[in-house]
Design a protein around this ligand. Structure first.
Ligand code: SF4
Length: 603
């Protein structure tokens, strides 16, 4: 048991902290050479469902000499108990305090989990600031989709891995062993050695400059790389086939097999479409093998075929047929991230004869004007004929995701969302159908064509929310929206420079914790922290940046050229669509070595 009964009996969900799940790996501590602990800085139910953490856990534990364990963000009740009893946060496998490990690896997927990172380190007995850690403390490494602008958290990490780490792991491991002596890692020597490896970012080797209050680039220290190039695995790494089976309900309670990575559609607001380029598909036989192994190793009766756009997998029909002919109705297949079109509906029809309760799609915009701006185009006729077909075939619910506050959006575009949903509702032809809307506020994301755009002010967003709330309530349509304060924070932290490390530290000291949870998020703490640091929260979120301004993330090279992003921004302003690059390269900047479409190899 990792914590004594007197602690576990006082927390709401003890199974979050007990470990011992099916497929978890517990190696003998004393005979294992390198001790790593991986974390996704949110609660167990979310972290354990994270595929990147699962894949890395399995990959690392396949190495005989590495023992890889897990730790997630404790809920408030455990935090309080640990503090009261002066106990450390420990790993799920061997129950060791985090300070005992050689490496703490943190996968960051969302900016509002930043303060959780500090809580995890602190409770684990590790000084939160890298500058205060010694060779007796673990090396803290960051990775994941929110590390493409890691500047707001650089003070808390020794290094970051930018991109896909699979090809880098052997070199990192070799250096780690070389510089580990009598149980201690000579961090300085290790970091110096790995600083030249592609994809390795050591923030202490970059000195930020500011001019007139604006970020103004970096001075490079020593032989650090002026640009750190994102690492791209040529082929998809093996699929994780031993997912951990949680004892409590997790957000994804099913097997997941990644069928492809990357997306060729080119939505201009989407950073996943940039940072996971190019598209790489897993060969169909490999997918089948992974599905078989997952089912064998877990007993799950549901598998999700994971991709940014599952319907784009070039042999999707054949794949579904093969799964069905092998497993019949004993296995439910789910396809996340489908486009709202008739082909998607055909795919879903082929999957399901009984469960036709809900369909989920993300049109994002309600008018052609906005569809052209964001480069996500589907004609109104096609959209309506798809919903009509869906309802006529027995689907009873539809969830649609929209985004508001996008660059160039006018009030009539927001009204356009209402009009579109009304038209969709009509295609139900008086059947009992339920439409739900998920509404996100636009957050300008680094490395996208919209990285220079400012977020709309809270007043403007609130006005748009008001219009949608009042209209949808009359239409019996359920609406969920994101609080504007959360979106302001997300934008500020997404676009921030390293001055925000002080803000995050201060906010954390003053009690910011579990900010992704509505019941915990305290906007006032954040506002105060910005003020105390003499920084303008709203400017970070809302400033319209010009294309000649230095951006805090430009030294991290995604392989996508700035010229391409500017071209996309200009095409957006002109309402011009950019074609799906699966059908012809748009010259985003990747090389033919990196992109299978460009090299002519195809998928
Ligand atoms: S190089 Fe061309 S085909 Fe490849 S991802 Fe970029 S735009 Fe698409």
């Amino acid at each position: 048991m990792n914590y004594p009964d007197k602690i576990l009996s006082k927390v709401m969900k003890p199974a979050r902290y007990t470990g011992g799940e099916w497929n978890s790996v517990r190696k003998d501590w004393d005979t294992t050479k390198v001790h790593m602990v991986l974390s996704y800085p949110d609660v167990y139910e979310i972290g354990t469902s994270n595929m990147a953490v699962g894949l890395l856990y399995e990959t690392l534990n396949n190495q005989k000499e590495i023992g890889c364990e897990r730790v997630f963000m404790p809920w408030l009740d455990l935090i309080q108990q640990l503090k009261e009893h002066n106990l450390p946060l420990v790993s799920l496998e061997n129950g060791r305090p985090l300070k005992d490990f050689d490496v703490v690896g943190i996968s960051i997927g969302y900016e509002l989990t930043f303060t959780n990172i500090l809580t995890i380190l602190d409770l684990g007995g590790i000084p939160v600031k890298a500058s205060e850690r010694t060779d007796s403390d673990p090396l803290v490494i960051g990775g994941g989709s929110s590390c493409y602008n890691p500047e707001p958290v650089v003070d808390f990490f020794d290094m970051f891995v930018i991109g896909e780490s699979e090809d880098l792991l052997p070199s990192l491991y070799e250096s780690l062993m070389k510089h580990k002596n009598k149980g201690k890692l000579d961090k300085k020597a290790f970091l110096k050695e790995v600083s030249v490896l592609p994809g390795v970012y050591i923030p202490s080797m970059y000195q930020a400059k500011y001019h007139d209050g604006e970020f103004d680039g970096f001075d490079i220290i020593g032989n650090a790389q002026p640009k750190v190039r994102r690492q791209i695995a040529k082929d998809l790494p093996f699929a994780a086939v031993r997912p951990i089976m949680p004892y409590i309900e997790a957000v994804h309670d099913r097997a997941g097999v990644e069928i492809s990575r990357g997306c060729t559609r080119g939505c201009r607001f989407c950073n996943a479409g940039i940072i996971y380029r190019p598209v790489r598909e897993r060969p169909i036989d490999e997918v089948m093998e992974a599905v078989r192994a997952c089912i064998r190793n877990t007993g799950y009766d549901e598998v999700s075929l994971v991709s940014l756009s599952s319907g784009d997998y070039s042999r999707i029909d054949e794949l579904l047929e093969r799964i069905h002919s092998e497993f019949g109705d004993s296995l439910t297949v789910s396809l996340p991230s489908l486009r709202l079109d008739e082909h998607s509906l055909e795919l879903l029809e082929s999957l399901s004869t009984s469960r036709k309760s809900g369909l989920t799609f993300a049109p994002e915009a309600g008018t052609e004007h906005m569809q052209r701006i964001i480069n996500k185009f589907i004609t109104r006729d096609e959209l309506l004929s798809t919903s009509e077909l869906a309802f006529s075939k027995g689907w009873t619910g539809l969830k649609l995701y929209f985004m508001i506050g996008l660059p160039g959006e006018e009030m009539e575009d927001v009204q356009g969302i209402v009009d579109l949903v009304k038209a969709v509702q009509k295609t139900g032809n008086r059947r009992r159908i339920q439409i739900r809307i998920g509404l996100a506020n636009f957050v300008p994301k680094p490395h996208t064509a919209f990285q220079w755009a400012g977020q709309h002010t809270s007043e403007v967003l609130t006005e748009k929310h008001f219009l949608l709330k009042s209209q949808f309530s009359k239409m019996n349509v359920k609406l969920n929206w994101t609080d504007t304060n959360i979106s302001v924070m997300e934008a500020a932290l997404s676009r921030g420079d390293r001055r925000l490390c002080n803000v995050i530290y201060l906010a954390w000291k003053n009690g910011a914790v579990l900010d992704t949870w509505d019941e915990c998020f305290n906007f006032q703490i954040w506002k105060n922290a910005f003020e105390e640091c003499g920084l303008d929260l709203y400017k970070y979120a809302q400033q319209e940046r010009t294309t000649d301004m230095a951006l805090p993330w430009e030294h991290l090279d995604m392989g996508i050229s700035k010229d391409y992003l500017i071209k996309e921004l200009n095409r957006s302003l002109a309402g011009e669509l950019t074609k799906d690059c699966r059908h012809g390269c748009n010259g985003c900047g990747l090389t033919s070595n990196e992109c299978p479409v460009l090299s002519g190899k195809g998928f």
